[in-house]
Design a protein around this ligand. Structure first.
Ligand SMILES: [Zn+2]
Length: 265
């Protein structure tokens, strides 16, 4: 079951990516400030190389981990006897909440921010930004997530369902998609929308340090990090330390975790 589910997850992820790429072209929110094709190349190379390296470095570990989860049924939910849909709903909510806290930690701890600023250095947002993460951040986040899954007691189907929903919402929230009212407001009452997440990518530090959620917008509302109401057209995206195209070339982006510290905390 495990290999089949991971293949399905990959197919759904690629389908979501392509559909959003097309939707952005038909209903764009704003014109890009950077060269679209230059960013496509950089973000596309990061996504491709990360997928390959993560499969090589962690693929066998993750499949083995899923098998151990299936065999031993460890963790809180299994001890409470919660399987099936209750396990899936509770696991999606808990893993999304844990990711909120983990994302917030990337903005709080200087060493973690060094990795995460690669993601925030993008001068525009579109679906390709959803995979613009430094390999070091991807590895660290994967280890964190496996630990939470084991402690929480999510079963394999719940984890794969979470990853499918998480992956799709991550793509949607980064997309340059114009969602009309009142649909945007209605969706944002439950889920994170592109308008909400765009504020998190603002160059204004107080706005960067808000709206950390990925699936459910309620985490930011609950922990008072929710912001909305800014003039979306006036938002300047990226980091003040890297405001020009020449600051965010591929080699400079890849060196960011190891370069001089910068603001944003
Ligand atoms: Zn962030």
């Amino acid at each position: 079951m495990v290999p089949l589910l991971t293949v399905e997850r990959g197919v759904i992820g690629i389908a979501g990516f392509v559909l959003l790429l097309l939707a952005e072209a038909v209903w764009p929110f704003k014109r890009p400030v950077d060269s679209r094709w230059r960013r496509y190349l950089i973000n596309g190379f990061i996504i491709g190389s990360n997928s390959l390296l993560l499969t090589i470095l962690l693929g066998a570990l993750i499949v083995s981990f899923y098998r151990v989860l299936e065999l031993h049924r460890m963790g809180l939910l299994h001890w409470l006897g919660l399987e099936g849909w209750p396990n899936a709903f509770l696991s999606i909510a808990l893993l999304d909440g844990a990711t909120y806290a983990w994302h917030r930690a990337y903005h709080t701890h200087p060493l973690m921010w060094r990795m995460h600023r690669v993601h925030h250095s993008d001068l525009d947002l579109d679906v390709t930004s959803s995979g613009r993460f430094h390999l070091t951040e991807m590895l660290l986040s994967a280890v964190f997530r496996l630990g939470i899954i084991a402690l929480w007691g999510a079963n394999v189907a719940s984890v794969v369902l979470f990853e499918i929903v998480f992956g799709l919402l991550n793509q949607v929230q980064h997309s340059n998609l114009r969602i009309p009212e009142p649909l945007e407001t209605w969706l944002r009452s439950v889920f994170v929308t592109p308008d909400m997440h765009r504020i998190h990518h603002s160059q204004v530090v107080a706005e960067t340090n808000s709206n950390y959620s990925t699936i459910f917008s309620w985490w930011d509302r609950l922990f008072r990090t929710y912001q909305f109401g800014q003039d979306q057209r006036a938002l300047v995206l990226g980091l003040p330390e890297y405001p020009r195209r020449k600051d965010v070339t591929f080699s400079r982006v890849m060196a960011m975790p190891f370069g001089a510290p910068c603001g944003g905390l």
